[in-house]
Design a protein around this ligand. Structure first.
Ligand code: SAM
Ligand code: DTB
Ligand code: SF4
Length: 332
């Protein structure tokens, strides 16, 4: 497998924007269905009171935010949301819990039951539940979860300024457990936390050098929430955001690159540039985990204007596995 150095990644990230987008488009057309966008629904199944101190997160118990804590939701109430999301066109249902690590016992048994029921509805199931042991990962996979989301968020160096209650290596260990259990990895990060360009390049290096690379890469723009230490952070520069997406697309051509949190603050044009840079997935619905997301109507209208269509993850996989039909014009 190619190992990407920071210098190599910088040389891509710093390309003239015209060439950068062209290279990203080339990778997108070779390895993805260029008209397809995967829509994932998000549901917070256990909200708030999280013991971790992630400085960006409204659900951390360390900060006083608008989030009202809730205990784990029962299977029936999650299923009614899953059904609605399915009807609204979501093809992947991602359940998030504000846990430091997956608990053993009745709560986990209930999550496993819910996973199976959502899978049986015909949607692909993704979970993000915090750190996880290998045996817990194996059980999750057996219950029908195909993907686990666990973000590295930023570079190894900047990480310790953002979170002190766990380490980068803890994160990598959970990602390894997810792989050992045979689930796909969804792993990305956040821009706009005060990180430098070097930190962004560092995150890209960590992601692109994972072996195998993640199947999904969510790129979040920080949702600055009052009460968190990042409540006053300014919105990340749109062009830097687009460069990040395009570089991710070039480095990880087979991954679904997800234009994740922060879309309510983005113009249609910035979202469009992100699609041009290689993003091919979004979160659907008017809420992320706890913060707002553009509603269904707004998103359908935008996709329609752009001539993009909703695709099922299996359709996307088929497209990714196909033989290349476009010649490589620029050398890597
Ligand atoms: N507790 C689990 C964990 O940390 O892995 C799962 C839920 S956690 C909310 C999932 C991801 O959401 C985080 O890793 C982070 O990347 C993202 N996130 C949380 N708060 C955010 C915010 N304010 N803006 C953008 N992304 C955020
Ligand atoms: C990811 O990378 N972004 C999503 C999902 N994975 C779980 C979460 C975004 C959360 C934004 C803040 C909130 O709504 O609480
Ligand atoms: Fe907890 Fe996850 Fe939020 Fe960190 S990002 S405080 S682990 S819910």
């Amino acid at each position: 497998m190619t190992r990407y150095t920071i210098e190599k990644i910088r040389s891509i990230y710093d390309l003239p924007i015209t060439t950068l987008i062209y290279r990203a488009q080339e990778a997108h057309h070779r390895h993805q269905d260029p008209s397809g966008v995967q829509s994932c629904a998000l549901k917070s199944i256990k909200t708030g009171a999280c013991p971790e101190d992630c400085k960006y997160c409204p659900q951390s118990a360390h900060y006083n935010t608008f989030v009202e804590s809730e205990t784990l939701l029962d299977t029936a109430s999650i299923l009614s949301d899953a059904r609605a999301a399915h009807e609204a066109g979501a093809t992947r249902f991602c359940m998030g819990a504000a846990w430091r690590k997956v608990p053993d016992g009745p709560q986990y048994e209930s999550v496993l039951q819910t996973v199976t029921a959502v899978r049986d509805m015909g949607m692909e199931v993704c979970c993000t539940l915090g750190m996880m042991e290998e045996e817990q990962a194996v059980r999750l996979k057996e219950a029908g979860c195909s993907v686990y989301n666990h973000n590295l968020d930023t570079s190894r160096e900047f990480y310790q300024e953002i979170i002190t209650t766990r380490s980068y290596d803890d994160r990598l260990e959970t990602l390894a457990n997810v792989r050992k259990a045979g689930m796909e990895v969804c792993c990305g990060g956040i821009l706009g936390m005060g990180e430098s360009k070097e930190d962004r390049l560092g995150l890209l290096a960590e992601l692109a050098n994972l072996d195998p690379q993640p199947e999904s890469v969510p790129i979040n723009s920080l949702v600055a929430v009052e009460g968190t230490p990042m409540g006053d952070q300014e919105q990340v520069d749109g062009i830097a955001f687009v460069r990040m997406i395009a570089t991710a697309r070039i480095l990880m051509p087979r991954a679904m690159v997800r234009l994740s949190a922060g879309r309510t603050e983005m113009s249609e044009e910035l979202q469009t540039l992100s699609f041009l840079a290689g993003a091919n997935s979004i979160f659907l619905g008017d809420k992320l985990l706890t913060t707002p997301n553009p509603g269904q109507d707004e998103d359908s209208l935008l996709l329609e204007k752009l001539g993009l269509r909703n695709i099922h993850p299996d359709e996307a996989r088929a497209a990714q596995g196909r033989e290349a039909t476009t010649p490589v014009i620029l050398a890597g």
